[in-house]
Write a protein that binds this ligand. Structure first.
Ligand code: NI
Length: 156
């Protein structure tokens, strides 16, 4: 059995179930910011889109670039701010998130198993220490853990 079976299943089930639940939330609830620095629920969903965009790029490039693959971090608050997610139509934002994840599922489902052991290393000193001595498989599984964590902040 493919070692990514659980990750693919999790992405598929989360992207299938979450949109209807999020659409049921009031706009005021979705766009409410407890402070200018804190993300609203729509901005958390936007952050998940940014995570998908950045990780999709990693999952593609790690398959043919030099090993160890250098994982470059991204400025999360700046990405959310520059994308203006709180002004985006909720359905459009949800469709964007689902489409990005469908493509991620396509990429990782077709990934040769030999690529999962590609070593990765943090490219920035500020990047999380736990990325050291990890593989592409870990990066993919961590992507799903991160998605699950933030979705629970939106729909608990
Ligand atoms: Ni996050």
């Amino acid at each position: 059995m493919n070692v990514l079976f659980n990750s693919v299943n999790k992405i598929n089930s989360l992207t299938a179930a979450a949109p209807d639940r999020i659409k049921n939330l009031q706009t005021e609830d979705l766009e409410y910011k407890i402070s200018p620095q804190k993300w609203s629920k729509k901005e958390i969903l936007g952050h998940l889109c940014d995570s998908a965009v950045n990780n999709l790029s990693r999952f593609v490039r790690a398959q043919f670039e030099a090993e160890p693959f250098a994982v470059v971090s991204y400025a999360q608050d700046e990405w959310v701010s520059v994308n203006h997610y709180n002004e985006m139509d909720t359905v459009e934002l949800l469709n964007y998130w689902v489409t990005l994840n469908k493509q991620i599922v396509r990429i990782i489902s077709n990934m040769p198993e030999s690529k999962l052991s590609v070593k990765i290393e943090p490219a920035n000193a500020a990047f999380r220490e736990d990325t050291a001595d990890k593989s592409l498989l870990w990066l993919i599984e961590d992507y799903v853990v991160h998605m699950d964590y933030h979705l629970k902040q939106i729909i608990d």
